[in-house]
Unconditional design. Structure first.
Length: 315
């Protein structure tokens, strides 16, 4: 295999690792949110504080990679598009998702939020006017079956009773899919750190305005120290790190494949619920985790084969 092929395979593996790690960290969000709600922190406060705490970290990361003069020279079209994507996903989408977590079980929320990879594949196929590759269809099918089994299936009657919460999560998934597609183009144009910086700068501004209109900033003084520790945790572990890793992973892999790999998120939620909340896994859930792993490995294998040059009989 040539040096260029080796480098491509290495970048491919790193991109997959970044997307998977991001999905697993994002999966922790529901656990943090449920604990914060139990401590009396409002939805508006959780989403706003998470974004504000994470913002300086995004700036530090961007300035470490590039000087301020380079960041300031970014074309306004790229800045505006990244800001739109950030406001859509991390303000509108985040609010929808966090509100939904007050209405429905975290397991149902995980199933519904991970409808976004199918949206990405569909939107990509329409945009490119092509049928998704067989490997993507296979991986997507296996992972979605795996997601269903991993959460132990869901009660349709219960889902109907929580229809509003379910619709809110689907709306959040749609915003996430759009963010994925926008980031695919612009992370390659201006870099993952700069794109994420502009996106994550727009979201807290929207969240601060929203909080000021809907709530009273005096509410922040009533938050307990234990809740502040969780808020720092959700900002670092469930926003800054996964958003940064995801942007770099999508830049390397593209939106379609990155979104499929991100379906490792739901099994992570199940495992965390078992470890932290005492929930027990059943056989079907282990089967589901296995199917998701097989789906991701099948996709990776097909991509690696596509990267290998054909064998030649020439000496």
């Amino acid at each position: 295999m040539s040096q260029s092929s080796n480098n491509s395979t290495r970048l491919d593996a790193l991109g997959a690792a970044y997307c998977a790690a991001a999905a697993m960290l994002f999966a922790c969000k529901g656990i943090f949110a449920k604990k914060l709600y139990a401590l009396g922190v409002s939805v508006d406060a959780v989403v706003m504080i998470r974004g504000v705490i994470a913002l300086p970290m995004f700036w530090a990361l961007a300035l470490r990679r590039e000087p301020l003069s380079t960041i300031a020279a970014t074309p306004w079209r790229a800045i505006a598009t990244a800001a739109f994507a950030g406001a859509l996903c991390y303000y509108v989408g985040a609010m929808l998702d966090f509100v939904a977590l007050t209405m429905i079980e975290a397991s149902i929320e995980r199933v519904l939020i991970f409808s976004y990879p199918a949206m990405v594949v569909l939107f990509t196929a329409v945009r490119d006017r092509r049928r998704p590759a067989n490997a993507v269809l296979l991986a997507g099918g296996l992972t979605y079956v795996g997601i269903f089994f991993t959460v132990g299936g869901f009660d349709l009657a219960e889902l109907t009773a929580n229809l509003l919460g379910a619709l809110l999560v689907i709306g959040s998934a749609l915003s996430y899919a759009i963010y994925f597609l926008i980031s695919e183009k612009y992370t390659r144009e201006i870099g993952s750190a700069r794109f994420t910086l502009f996106a994550m700068s727009a979201a807290p501004i929207c969240l601060l305005v929203h909080f000021g209109v809907q709530r009273d900033f005096a509410e922040l003084a009533t938050i307990r120290p234990s809740a502040w520790a969780l808020l720092v945790g959700i900002a670092v572990l469930c926003m800054f790190l996964p958003a940064s890793l995801q942007a770099e992973g999508v830049r390397r892999l593209g939106a379609e494949r990155g979104s499929v790999i991100s379906t490792v998120g739901p099994p992570t939620t199940v495992l965390l619920a078992w470890a932290l909340l005492g929930e027990r896994l059943i056989g079907w859930q282990f089967l589901g985790i296995g199917l998701i792993v097989i789906g991701v490995l099948a996709l990776d294998l097909s991509r690696r084969r596509a990267l290998q040059p054909p064998e030649s009989d020439a000496p």
